[in-house]
Design a protein around this ligand. Structure first.
Ligand code: HEM
Length: 297
C-alpha cells in the first residue's frame, strides 16, 4: 500500500482523531489495552522483519496496521487485542484518511497522555499493509535479562529504553485467560506514574504481579540503576519514557521526505521543512549584506 500524503488536511484529521481517541479512551477506560496494542504492533513487526531481512525475504516499512487482519490478531500473544482494534475502527470510520498504522500508534500516545503520563511527540505518515508477521517473535515473559536484550537490542534500543518502556506496566493488568498471568502491577492501574518501579523495588506484594521479565530488571545491575532512578525521580522516568516510546513507535519509519518533518505538539501543528529553513537563512544573509552596503554608501 502507498505511503499517505501528509498534507495539512491529513494533519488536521490526525488532530481530530486525537480528540476522538481521548474521548473514547476516557469513556471506556481502555488506556491499558490501547497502549499494549501500539507496543505489540511496533515490536512484533520489527522483530519479524529483522529476521526477514537477514533471510533476504523482503523489506519492511515500520508499524503498518496489519494487526487488523484475523490471521494476526488471533496469534496467542495478541490475545485480547481484538477489542482495542474494534474500538479504533470507530475512529477510523469517522477519519478514513488516516492509515491504521498511524491510528494505532496515535492510540498508544493518547493512552499514555490521558492517564497522566508524559506528552509523546507524534509524527504521522506510516503506511498500511495487510501482510502479517510470523507468530512467536515477541518477548517471552518467563525469561530474563539476556532474552530482553536479545529482542530489544536488535531494534537499536538500549538498556535505558528497555527499563523505561517496561514502565508501561504501570497501566493495566494481566488476564489469566489471555497470558496465563493474573493481576495488575500497581495499585492504580489506570494511572500512568512511576509506581511500577516503586512496587518492583518493594518486592512481591499481595495482589500485585511481577513477571519474570519485570524481576529481571532488578537482578541486572545496568537495568537496576534505571529502576532505582525512576522509582526516585518520576520526572526522569517521564522524560526517558517519552523518548523511548517515540523511538518504538517510529521503528523503521521515516517521515515521507527526508528534508521535512511534521510535528504535532499540544494540538498545535508545526510544519518544519529544510527548504523553509534554507529560505529563511538566505533572507537573513541577504538583509545583512544589504544593510552593510547601505551603511558603506
Ligand atoms: C519487556 C517485555 C514485555 C513483556 C514480556 C510483556 C508481557 C506482558 C504480559 C504477559 C501481559 C499480560 C497480558 C494479559 O494477560 O492481558 C502484558 C500486559 C501489558 N503490557 Fe506488557 N510486556 C512487555 C513490555 C511492555 C511494554 C514495552 C509496554 C508498553 C510500553 C507494555 C504494555 C503493557 C500493558 C499496558 C499491558 C496491560 C494490558 C491490559 O491491561 O489489557 N508491555 N505485558
Amino acid at each position: 500500500m502507498a505511503l499517505p500524503v501528509v498534507d495539512t488536511e491529513y494533519v488536521k484529521e490526525v488532530d481530530k482523531a486525537r480528540r476522538d481517541l481521548r474521548a473514547l479512551i476516557a469513556s471506556r477506560n481502555c488506556a491499558p489495552i490501547m497502549l499494549r496494542l501500539a507496543y505489540l504492533l511496533s515490536l512484533s513487526l520489527f522483530v519479524s522483519v529483522e529476521i526477514a531481512r537477514n533471510e533476504n525475504e523482503g523489506k519492511w516499512s515500520g508499524p503498518n496496521g496489519s494487526i487488523r487482519s484475523e490471521e494476526e490478531y488471533s496469534h496467542g500473544s495478541n490475545s485480547g487485542l481484538k477489542k482495542a482494534i474494534d474500538w479504533c475502527e470507530e475512529v477510523k470510520s469517522k477519519r478514513p484518511k488516516i492509515t491504521y498504522a498511524d491510528l494505532y500508534q496515535l492510540a498508544g500516545v493518547v493512552a499514555v497522555e490521558v492517564t497522566g503520563g508524559p506528552t509523546i511527540d507524534f509524527v504521522p505518515g506510516r503506511k498500511d499493509s495487510i501482510v502479517s508477521p510470523k507468530e512467536g517473535r515477541l518477548p517471552d515473559a518467563k525469561q530474563g535479562a539476556p532474552h530482553l536484550r536479545d529482542i530489544f537490542y536488535r531494534m537499536g534500543l538500549s538498556d535505558k529504553d528497555i527499563v523505561a518502556l517496561s514502565g508501561g506496566h504501570t497501566l493495566g493488568r494481566a488476564h489469566p485467560e489471555r497470558s496465563g498471568f493474573d493481576g495488575p502491577w500497581t495499585m492504580e492501574p489506570l494511572k500512568f506514574d512511576n509506581s511500577y518501579f516503586v512496587e518492583l523495588l518493594k518486592g512481591e506484594s499481595e495482589g500485585l504481579l511481577q513477571l519474570p521479565t519485570d524481576k529481571a530488571l532488578l537482578d541486572d545491575p545496568k537495568f537496576g540503576h534505571y529502576v532505582e532512578l525512576y522509582a526516585k525521580d518520576e520526572d526522569a522516568f517521564f522524560r526517558d519514557y517519552a523518548e523511548s516510546h517515540k523511538k518504538l513507535s517510529e521503528l523503521g519509519f521515516a517521515p515521507r521526505s527526508p528534508g521535512s518533518k511534521v510535528i504535532v505538539k499540544d494540538g498545535t501543528i508545526l510544519a518544519q521543512s529544510a527548504v523553509g529553513v534554507a529560505v529563511a537563512a538566505a533572507v537573513v544573509i541577504l538583509s545583512y549584506f544589504y544593510e552593510v552596503r547601505r551603511k558603506m554608501k
